[in-house]
Design a protein around this ligand. Structure first.
Ligand code: ANZ
Length: 923
């Protein structure tokens, strides 16, 4: 006698897999490799909710499928375990973040193991382990020791650059460097002191310290990256963010801008993510040109993508932070300008970029000359011009650019028509498409195509400017004034940064007494006692940002215990890259861009073999919460059921979904949920309290978080896995609805039943299968294979359900059908299938069985359902085997009960049979 006892079965196989290391990936193998990776989680205190496993289930199905199809599969899991929440908790409680992190990870591992994922747990990594971050620090050092050679289009050792400086200065050097890098000769280089040389090299290194305007978040006490600031506040916590000039570690990601853009062409990623990266990189082709100032002997350089509009320029606009603002402002305008600069200072770059509505600015009192028509134009400042983009100044063309137009109308500045027929001057003219230029000496009457080369020629011949490609992307700030991150492996000697020796790595986090900045405003590491290199040179006090450890982790999984290198070269050569990467789309311009950058750098260094890390990316959709509501009658402790609520004046309140079953509130549980509800009274309908529902984000504050542990306990992990897939296409956002879970659970019971007789005894026969049974099986194999290959998992679940229904109807209990079915179901429902596989007499795990091949011959239909029409009207349906002789069919038609009813005893005049189409009866 055996029931489908999922609790027992699931525990049994989870233990088995763990003990036998069933999912151990072979470090080398003759099998083809498949690397399926999930975005590793930050282990938060709240544990997993049912939304988290969605992507993990999908990648697990693929991993298990790939093992069944003869692949050596790498399917690891680890933890992105440095981060703010553990540190915030440490600030509040004094508990070391390592302890909180450890506790949270323990809970995550347990929850993940309960779901039966086929992770190779021997490869688990944690970014906060010194054995891991040793290599994050090591990669940082390689970046520090490198510069980007534009001629060879790759990163190269800084020592090569130093050699070149010694021989020729930087005259022949074509490298990505700071904008303000001066030209110098070999002689000048040799005469620089150590500090000067060091400062000069910092202008070239791929990681460097520099004064930068950063997003400073006083509440979090740290600097944030642009992608961590949303709508002017911190993404985490929603605290205000200010702009501040600080000395920071930076990553010269801009050196890779073009390659990051081009690389997108070669990878199979969702188009929206690629588009977000393209926009973030923001390549634009244009020109830099200079406008001489009238009052002083200086020029204002602008970057424009529309040199063709130069005859429509009616003013210039500088960013409020522009270095010339102070010098050119006249005495009369000084106060207006200073006031405006103060206001603009605290708006974040992103806010300034996206806010197109507010028009604000100030006149400096200065004038410049348009070198093309020699017109005198006023110079303004406005915060819609960004200090960090292009040259921080624009030539404003109100008839060509919306924001310039808004500005001109606001300040009463002239608007000059640039194209013929351009009447409607409040919209941007697309000169590249139509129209001929007017109001211009040089290009009057010409089209864009004719004008453009003339304008560029004039620019270059008269030394007014040159063509220029600009990227919107900025170098990434790499310092955080926090404790719980990787220490930067740098110490300072006379203010000059020096790298540690490789043998000093890892530079471990020191102990400190409190996780707060020091009295003098230094980062928490400033509290560490004697935290100095060789007891005399102070270490860097900031730590690395959250994205450091996640920018290379897929390599560490390949060889996580290696102490000599970040991963063995031969092992890297075997696994190469990630074949399938599943995770949330919120990382589009953060993690996914930084990872590509580090990967390209490691590739340039010859340390890895693929230039792109993630061949295929899938963003799983979010599982939304399904909230339940109760309705309190105003000024009372009485709650009215959903259907009656309109008869009262009520307030809707969230109620914990865990005390609601099929939208019916558990009244007793409700009364104990919170003290205030102890004396609650209810107005019921049909003796029940029905709750309202709404689909919202799953969150604690909405009491709609569903914990997978409860579901596993009640219905089993296999049910949860299949149910999550059944909810809909992986990429879609969809609401959670526990109500539908029973159907999946019943399906698994029915599948179990196929192997057992009515008294529950295991009973599988070795008889040969019928054509019908084979057909049901083979069309299922075919569909499931096709579905997994195109990552469509929800459709497979319904295919399995149909198959099991058919087999139940056919009363199938044959091994020849049930064995292959069990194999193809195993990626979805690994526990129940392992159990039945064992009962079928196998003593090896089902994980390495061979995925069955479907055969065309079993799929061919053997019967046809004929519609039967009588005197032109469809009256009946009759099924015939394809090879039934005509006479036999005619006889059957006449004798059919339905047909007989309509011909009322008359003999048919004619019976026309169109094979595989229709039967026509004429009476
Ligand atoms: C004149 C002009 C006429 C412009 C026209 C546009 C349209 P992308 O394509 O994003 O690179 N610009 C330049 N530097 C800027 C800064 N620091 N802050 C804000 N805007 C800036 O945009 C380039 C265009 O954006 C440039 O071309 C410049 O305005 C403006 F009908 O010059 B244009």
């Amino acid at each position: 006698m055996s029931e489908y006892n999922f609790n027992q079965i699931e525990k049994k196989w989870q233990r088995y897999w763990e003990e036998k290391h069933t999912f151990k990936a072979a470090a080398k193998s003759n099998k083809p490799k498949y690397y399926a990776m999930d975005m590793f989680p930050y282990p938060s205190g709240a544990g997993l909710h049912v939304g988290h496993p969605l992507g993990y289930i999908a990648s697990d199905i693929v991993s298990r499928y790939k093992r069944l199809t003869g692949h050596n599969v790498l399917h690891p899991m680890g933890f992105d375990s440095f981060g703010l929440p553990a540190e915030q908790y440490a600030i509040q409680t004094g508990q070391h973040p390592a302890i909180t992190t450890e506790e949270n990870i323990t809970r995550y591992v347990e929850q993940l193991k309960n779901l039966g994922f086929s992770f190779d747990w021997d490869l688990e990594i944690r970014t906060s382990d010194p054995g891991y971050y040793k290599w994050t620090q090591w990669i940082f050092m390689q970046l520090f020791n490198s510069y980007y050679n534009i001629n060879s289009d790759k990163a190269e050792p800084i020592t090569e650059l130093v050699k070149e400086f010694e021989q020729h200065g930087n005259r022949n050097v074509n490298a990505t460097c700071d904008e303000d890098t001066p030209a110098f000769s070999a002689d000048e280089w040799k005469h620089m002191n150590e500090q000067e040389q060091s400062e000069m090299l910092l202008k070239y290194r791929l990681t460097y310290v520099a004064e930068a305007v950063v997003n400073w978040c006083p509440a979090l006490g740290t600097v944030l990256a642009n992608d961590e600031v949303v709508g002017g506040v911190s993404e985490r916590g929603g605290y205000p963010v200010e702009r501040k000039l600080m000395r920071q570690w930076m990553m010269r990601i801009t050196a890779y801008a073009e390659r990051l853009l081009q690389g997108l062409e070669d990878i199979d990623w969702p188009e929206p993510v690629k588009e977000m990266q393209r926009n973030w990189i923001g390549k634009s082709v244009g020109a830099i040109m200079s406008f001489p100032l009238e009052s002083i002997d200086k020029k204002i350089k602008v970057f424009t993508t529309r040199l063709d509009t130069v005859y429509g320029v009616t003013f210039l606009v500088l960013a409020p932070e522009h270095e010339l603002v102070d010098q050119i402002t006249t005495e009369e305008q000084r106060k207006t300008v200073d006031d405006y600069v103060n206001v603009a200072k605290n708006r974040s770059e992103r806010e300034r970029m996206t806010d197109v509505k507010t028009v604000s600015g100030a006149f400096t009192g200065a004038y410049a000359i348009n070198p093309y028509n020699k017109e005198r134009i006023p110079v303004y400042i406005a915060d819609y011009v960004l200090a960090g983009y292009g040259t921080g100044a624009v030539m404003a063309v109100p008839s060509g650019d919306q924001r310039d137009w808004n500005f001109a109308t606001h300040f009463g500045l002239p608007i000059v028509q640039i194209l013929d027929g351009q009447k409607d001057l409040d919209t941007q003219a697309d000169a590249t498409k139509e129209g001929r230029y007017v109001n211009s000496e040089m290009v009057n009457g010409l089209t864009y195509q004719e004008a453009q080369p003339l304008l560029v020629k004039y620019l270059e011949e008269n030394n007014i400017g040159k063509s220029k490609i600009n990227f919107r992307m900025r170098d990434a700030v790499f310092s955080r004034q926090r404790y719980w991150g990787e220490p930067v492996p740098v110490y300072f000697k006379d203010g000059v940064p020096h790298l540690l020796d490789v043998s000093d790595l890892p530079l471990e986090l020191p102990k400190i007494d409190a996780y707060l900045p020091t009295e003098t405003g230094e980062p928490p590491l400033g509290r560490a006692i004697d935290w100095k290199y060789e007891d005399q040179y102070p270490y860097e006090l900031s730590t690395m940002p959250g994205w450091a450890g996640s920018s290379w982790y897929w390599y560490r999984y390949m060889d996580p215990k290696n102490d000599e290198v970040f991963a063995d070269k031969d092992i890297i050569k075997y696994w190469r890259d990630v074949d399938l990467y599943i995770g949330g789309s919120e990382h589009a311009t953060g993690h996914l861009l930084y990872s590509r950058f580090w990967n390209k750098f490691l590739f340039d260094m010859g340390l890895v073999v693929e230039e792109e890390p993630f061949k295929k990316l899938i963003n799983q959709g979010m599982i939304q919460g399904r909230s339940n509501f109760i309705y309190r009658v105003k000024d009372s402790n009485t709650f009215v059921s959903y259907g009656l609520k309109d008869q009262y004046d009520t307030t809707a309140l969230h109620v914990d979904v865990n005390i609601v079953d099929n939208d019916v509130l558990d009244l007793e549980a409700f009364k104990t949920w919170r003290a205030e509800y102890k004396t609650a009274e209810f107005i019921l309908e049909d003796g029940k309290y029905l709750c309202g529902i709404e689909i919202e984000k799953m969150s604690k504050s909405k009491y709609n978080v569903v914990n997978p542990d409860n579901i596993v306990e009640r219905q089993g992990a296999d049910t949860l896995r299949m149910y999550e897939m059944f909810l809909g296409p992986l990429e879609q956002f969809k609401p959670w609805n526990t109500n539908g879970m029973d159907g999946v659970n019943k399906f698994l019971k029915r599948y179990w039943k196929l192997f057992h007789d009515n008294s529950g005894n295991f009973n599988v026969s070795d008889a040969a299968p019928t054509a019908e049974e084979l057909k049901s099986l083979h069309k299922t194999i075919k569909k499931v294979e096709e579905d997994i290959e195109r990552f469509s998992f929800n459709t497979s679940v319904s295919t399995f359900m149909i198959c099991v229904n058919e087999l139940t109807q056919l009363k199938t209990n044959k091994r020849a059908i049930l064995e292959p079915l069990t194999i193809i179901l195993s990626p979805y429902a690994p526990h129940i299938t392992e159990e039945l596989w064992e009962k079928l007499g196998h003593n090896e795990s089902i994980s390495y069985a061979a995925f069955p091949k479907w055969e065309e011959k079993y799929l061919i239909e053997s019967t046809f359902d004929y519609p039967v029409s009588i005197n032109g009207k469809m009256r009946a349906k009759m099924t015939f085997a394809l090879d039934t002789p005509k006479e036999e069919m005619e006889k059957a038609v006449v004798n059919d009960e339905q047909v007989a009813k309509f011909i009322e005893g008359k003999a048919p005049k004619k019976i026309i049979i169109v094979p595989n189409k229709i039967i026509n009866v004429v009476v």
